[in-house]
Design a protein around this ligand. Sequence first.
Ligand SMILES: Nc1ncnc2c1ncn2[C@@H]1O[C@H](COP(=O)(O)OP(=O)(O)OP(=O)(O)O)[C@@H](O)[C@H]1O
Ligand SMILES: [Mg+2]
Length: 366
Amino acid sequence: MILKSLTLKNFKSYSAETFSFHDRFNLIIGENAQGKTNLLEAIHFLLAFKPFKQLRSEEVMSFGSSECRLKGEIQSQAGFDEINILLDKNHKTLKLNGKVVYRTSNVSGKYNVVTFLPTDIDLVKGSPQGRRRYLDSIICSLEPTHLRDLKLYQRALSQRNAILVKTSSLTLDKIEVWDEQLAEIGSQVISRRIEFINKIKPLLSRMYKQTSGLDQDIEIHYKSSIELNDDLEQSYKHKLSLEFEQDKKRFHTTVGPHRDQISFFIDGKDASIYASQGEAKNLALALKVSEIEMISQILGRTPILLLDDITSELDSNRKKFLFRFLQDFTGQIFITTTSIKEILYKGHIRGFHIKDRIVRQKDIQT
Ligand SMILES: Nc1ncnc2c1ncn2[C@@H]1O[C@H](COP(=O)(O)OP(=O)(O)OP(=O)(O)O)[C@@H](O)[C@H]1O
Ligand SMILES: [Mg+2]
């Protein structure tokens, strides 16, 4: 899958710009605040139909404008696709090959994109919610039904919580219909997460050894609020009924995948608490590389990689590991930097030099 071109109108710092990309390696270079990250955000928006982080539409539109457009051409094994996105204050319209797509969930996962961001270390050191989100987002890109289930689960959970808040003298039989829904969908969500963890574990362990050069033991634990046995749905329902009185007092549902904890362990120690900065960076890098390998293996296609200013975060060994990986990677890469000296890639690259809102394109051999 290759993003051949991108046209932006009023997207953040780009008032009107067209980019024609290289099939392999695209380098976005410029001083601070020139729009390098904005360009990666636009590519992410086009391919994943959402920005990196939760931004409101008005934050994506250029200051003072009332609408923003993105257009991209993507080449894949199935042929050429043209994507058009129109954003205004209240609406987002997505067109795929000229036809309006009414539900983005129908096309999410169609194009795979993996980001490397300076904030990736938060996957190791940050909140359990961040790790749950990250894991779910990879599973969604591999299995679109997971996205549908997460939405259904969230809806059922909100409704159950609303009843817990509103209804005084609530009895278990009045809430049972929601418990059944939560148990049915929630057990699927948990099963998929565990299945994914079991698949990525050996890969992560191997990649961590390569990034760190150390023979440390890496584990991923899934700690569920539900007892994990053969009949997960049944044990889920049972747990909901056991916690019903507690939930009533607390006005919310205290068990389910929204409460489960995903933790990384290095040599038996919880990485979110005990990992050093260096260990956490190794683990985050190993995790990203494993994510790419998993997507390539399972879907049989390489994702597009977006690396934002990542080299400034890495020491020389980790940088060498990353560029060895990128050198062997067969898909398309977009990387931002303030200095070409940071880029250890050898081969043909297309450079986009951005200065004072002017983009200059140049093919280089490194
Ligand atoms: N909605 C918007 N409309 C116009 N300009 C915007 C908008 N949002 C952000 N910008 C501008 O974009 C610039 C930042 O762009 P970006 O984050 O892409 O910089 P960068 O080149 O990645 O810099 P750095 O090297 O510091 O990471 C800022 O000057 C900011 O004011
Ligand atoms: Mg930036």
